[in-house]
Write a protein that binds this ligand. Structure first.
Ligand code: KG4
Ligand code: ZN
Length: 325
């Protein structure tokens, strides 16, 4: 079995995965949404302190599995430096204490593997990753062959939902709150401009849209927020489908996946399904409970890495002291 730890942002999570079967034997996640909600976003130092309390508590529950462990895995990058270090330090302690090899897992690959929890992995895939930290299109040939096709030049898709929600006083995380408000709103009421519409570049940008929404919020009454939320969600999604359609013209998709916390967005799922139809492409989605950050996806990557003997040294996992997501 592999014990895996996730602490890249505001979720403290540990999982135990059986190597031979991919079976998830244990998974516990303690989210910090309530604690960060009053600030309208994640406060890194607060998150780090909460990880320091939560992770050892969850680890205690894993004790019955200790003598069956073959490796310990941990999210090592990308993420908030001060929160990553909490998980990595604990993983190093487990590695030394139980004499186990350590596996450093890339969080983005973790999101891709959220598709394969308790399943066999299946490649090649074209992947859209939409989370709080990233908006990325990738061609994934295998665990180790990943090509980034397009990414955000500024805010990410999920982050733009968080910022719009903050402007409306809806707390953090903003994605579910905006989705909920938008479902009764008029998607055509506000004619926000689709970002990067006239540039052929395959890239994403959400800062301009966020500012246009801010201006609309400043002029609006509270009753109009649902129409702003609906129009924002529509244009934010249209930006993704517009760029994907462009990419598909020369690179028709066969198997397409949406992963990351914001892949839980139902409007996005529906719109992507529509653009895949002409290509007859299959759409893979993670189970809703594994879209946002979790340790099960990290454990699932670690199983494939273990089989390829992709271990790290303790020094390789040292986190550079910078705070970027
Ligand atoms: O993957 P994740 O848990 O953390 C990162 O790795 O960033 O993603 C969290 C992000 C937040 O920005 C949150 O607002 C967004 O995913 N999100 C959503 C929805 N549910 C979560 N965004 C849009 N619609 C949703 N339903
Ligand atoms: Zn994530």
């Amino acid at each position: 079995m592999i014990l895996s730890i996730e602490s890249s942002c505001d979720d403290s999570a540990i999982a135990i995965t059986e190597i031979a079967t991919n079976k998830l034997l244990f998974h516990k996640k303690i989210s910090q949404e309530l604690e960060h909600s009053v600030y309208g976003g994640v406060v890194p130092e607060l998150a780090a302190r909460l990880h320091a309390e939560a992770l050892p508590k969850i680890l205690e529950e894993c004790e019955p599995y200790f003598d069956k462990l073959k490796a310990v895995a941990v999210t090592s990058t990308p993420g908030l430096a001060v929160t990553l270090v909490e998980g990595v330090t604990l993983a190093k302690a487990v590695s030394v204490g139980l004499n186990l090899p350590i596996i450093g897992v890339n969080h983005l690959i973790g999101h891709i593997y959220s598709l394969f929890i308790e399943k066999e992995s299946k490649f090649p895939l074209t992947v859209l990753l939409v989370s709080g930290g990233h908006t990325q299109v990738m061609e994934v040939k295998s665990l180790t062959e990943i090509e980034t096709i397009a990414k955000s030049m500024d805010d990410s898709f999920g982050e733009s939902f968080d910022k719009v929600a903050k402007m409306m006083g809806l707390g953090y995380p903003g994605g579910p709150a905006i989705q909920n408000l938008a479902k009764d709103g008029d998607r055509k009421k506000y004619d926000f401009t689709v970002p990067l519409l006239r540039t052929p570049k395959l890239a994403f940008s959400y800062s301009g849209l966020k500012n246009a929404v801010r201006l609309a919020i400043e002029k609006a009454d509270k009753e109009e927020y649902k129409d702003i939320a609906a129009s924002f969600e529509h244009i934010a999604t249209k930006h993704l489908t517009h760029k994907l359609n462009k990419y598909f013209q020369n690179n028709p998709p066969k198997t397409f996946a949406i992963v990351g916390g914001a892949s839980a967005n139902l409007y996005l799922r529906k719109q992507i399904q529509t653009i895949l139809k002409p290509y007859g492409a299959e759409l893979l989605l993670s189970d809703l409970k594994y879209c946002s950050d979790n340790a099960a996806m990290i454990g699932r990557v670690a199983v494939d890495m273990y089989k390829k003997e992709m271990f790290s040294s303790l020094e390789e996992l040292d986190i550079a002291p910078k705070s970027n997501l």
